[in-house]
Ligand binder design. Structure first.
Ligand SMILES: [Cu+2]
Length: 463
């Protein structure tokens, strides 16, 4: 008898334990969140039209208030990524009630790391430029918007650099290293939140450095990108898809997958699996594991994720030229035979506005009077000259350290921030000391020039 009761109890226990992990429900259709620079004219016009209507109907104000109400809980802790995934998705779902084709594009700000204001995104065609009088935004998709949270004011931006510039962001190389090196969820969350996440908020300032940052559409473009990097990391290994550990501020218990996310009243677990449970979106350069594993009936089947993306392109190859010591310390996946494509975030990105043909002219890097018969000599001298010019001119910059009020506002521990940023700076210094030229520097062509000459071909200026 006793053993029967025991058996029943064990059965019940197993049953409830199994029941606690709800089987994710696949999405019927999935929207692909494209990079903002890759949108067609009509796609961008549609998105601009939808966000304008959302603003008129008060949705920006509502979501900015939500973000403020839960601010101290959803930053500086484990719930940071699931909460912002849900907030961005909620914004997208509301937008889809205005136009079913709506999606939240992402802005890969890392690509524009060196001199962010040169990005074509920061222009009247896209999201507008720095605030004018009173720091009010007067051009772009949100020109002259008046916000009501926390009180009536113009949407504000006050770029953090000198002369209307934005100080450097973290690079795609840094993001790639974070993806490859973060072995636990909380390490990944911390590396992302404290680096590129903070740098973009601080770069724009104005509303972007208040609790009401969703007032600025840049917030959603940026968090779409944060979410892309998170979803990418989740797909680097099956054990990471549902990984969740660390600590949450203002909560004593350890974070659990069954935790409800404040305001949205859904569990962390149900938001984890993109492509399921209303998380009906993906990104063009994330290859879900189920696609890599050729799972049948995947909700991603129609989104055509390119399995080879980012793995073999010329930008990724730049990392393979680094020394073995640097590769094993910062980019261990470059030493793998057949790495998972999600372990790289080095997209081929070519911003026509920021590529200057003036910065490096042919006469800067070649010498006149070379003949084909003097090829070896010519290449040797050309390489030497190019390396000299490039190394001096095109070092990767260190992003600025956050100011004191940023730590205080987020309740970040100064020690933790220092640890993350020290390591980030070590990578930048290492790359510079190896003479690495990032393909994302604005003078992108110089990189190709160098590669061509090293390969023994005549340098060509790309225009
Ligand atoms: Cu936030």
């Amino acid at each position: 008898m006793n053993s029967l009761i025991h058996l029943v109890l064990v059965y019940l226990h197993l049953f409830t334990a199994f029941g606690a992990f709800n089987k994710p429900v696949p999405c019927k259709s999935i929207v692909v969140r494209k990079e903002i620079k890759t949108l067609s004219e009509s796609e961008w016009a549609m998105i601009k039209d939808v966000i304008k209507k959302m603003h008129v109907d008060g949705w920006f104000n509502k979501l900015a208030k939500v973000h403020n109400d839960v601010y101290n809980y959803v930053h500086n802790g484990s719930i940071f990524l699931p909460f912002h995934r849900l907030l961005t998705r909620r914004f997208e779902e509301i937008g889809q009630t205005y136009n079913p084709r709506f999606f939240v594009p992402y802005w890969d700000a890392a690509v524009d790391f060196k001199d962010p204001v040169k990005s074509s995104i920061i222009s009247s065609k896209y999201i507008g430029t720095n605030g004018a009088a009173g720091n009010c935004v007067v051009d772009g998709a949100q020109a002259n918007w008046i916000m009501s949270q926390p009180n009536k004011h113009c949407l504000r931006r006050k770029f953090n650099g000198e002369n209307g510039k934005i100080k450097p962001f973290y690079s795609p190389e840094q993001m790639t290293s974070i993806i490859q090196k973060s072995k636990t969820y909380d390490k990944f969350r911390r590396n992302l939140e404290l680096s590129l996440h903070g740098a973009v908020h601080m770069g724009f300032s104005g509303d972007m450095t208040t609790n009401y940052s969703p007032n600025d559409f840049v917030f959603f473009l940026h968090h779409s990108n944060m979410d892309r990097l998170y979803w990418k990391w989740q797909n680097t290994d099956p054990s990471l898809t549902y990984a969740y550990d660390g600590k949450n501020p203002n909560r004593s218990a350890a974070p659990k997958l069954s935790d409800k996310i404040d305001y949205f009243n859904v569990t962390v677990e149900s938001s984890m699996h993109v492509g399921y449970n209303n998380m009906c979106f993906t990104y063009p350069d994330v290859v879900p594991l189920e696609i890599l594993n050729k799972k049948k009936d995947s909700p991603f089947a129609k989104t055509n994720p390119a399995a080879s993306i980012n793995k073999n392109n010329n930008f990724t190859k730049a990392l393979y030229d680094l020394s073995d010591a640097t590769k094993s310390k910062y980019f261990p996946s470059t030493l793998e035979k057949n790495p998972n494509p999600n372990k790289f975030d080095m997209p081929v990105a070519f911003d026509t506005k920021s590529v200057s043909t003036k910065n490096l002219s042919l006469s800067d890097i070649t010498e006149s009077g070379n003949s084909a018969s003097n090829k070896t000599m010519y290449h040797k001298r050309a390489v030497k000259r190019i390396v000299y010019v490039l190394k001096k001119k095109y070092r990767m910059p260190r992003p600025p350290r956050p100011p004191k009020h940023w730590y205080v506002m987020h309740k970040y521990s100064e020690k933790n921030v220092k640890k993350v940023l020290d390591r980030a700076e070590q990578l930048i210094d290492t790359l510079n000391s190896e003479g690495y030229i990032s393909p994302y520097i604005n003078e992108l062509q110089s990189y190709y020039v160098l590669r061509r000459v090293r390969a023994g071909r005549k340098p060509v200026i790309f225009t």
